[in-house]
Design a protein around this ligand. Sequence first.
Ligand SMILES: N[C@@H](CCC(=O)N[C@@H](CS)C(=O)NCC(=O)O)C(=O)O
Length: 204
Amino acid sequence: MQLYGSTRSPFVRKVLIAAHETGLNGQIELLPKVVSFTKADDEVCSHNPLGQIPTLLLDDGTALWDSGVICDYLGEISGTGWIVPEDRAARREALVRQATADGLMNTYMRWYGERRRSDDPLSATYVANCREKFRRVLGHWEAQAAGWSTEQIDLGFIAIACALAYADFRFGAENWRDGHAALAAWHEAVESRPAFQAAAFRDG
Ligand SMILES: N[C@@H](CCC(=O)N[C@@H](CS)C(=O)NCC(=O)O)C(=O)O
């Protein structure tokens, strides 16, 4: 399998971690691509009409996209059964956690883009709203984090860890750990796992 991706993307990091946690990392070749709303890549677009990374190419040429779909697929073919839990209630909880983290990552993408448009008068309101969303999500997670597993790392937990690590990577000045001690402790424990260490964010 081949994966269009970048070591700067939080969505790609979800897939790299899931691949490692399921033992499939040796079967996936990373094809480096940096894309953005203002920079589409023809090769990625020829497989995925959204032109987004991550996009996974299976050996029969089938393309899969959306980080959640790809992680679900890796869970399925590895037979591990916990990337997306089989129990319906656990599955729902994991998917809501993922949806929240993915929503935050989408907010980051807009926020990061807006930082370059300081000449736009709407930009200050826009950035303030991004920051407000970020703070609400952190508070929501902080209230739950003391009860979270650091061993059964399902799709929702992978996504949350990636969202927090991306805050460190691109929004360090926001000091997200302030007032979020339980979340910070959970994140530190999860990030020490080999799969997370192997998929650290890198520019370039
Ligand atoms: N829902 C998608 C989001 C992926 C995404 O937004 N990827 C960014 C890179 S971090 C991208 O490809 N942006 C270019 C674009 O949206 O055109 C997923 O979970 O994979």
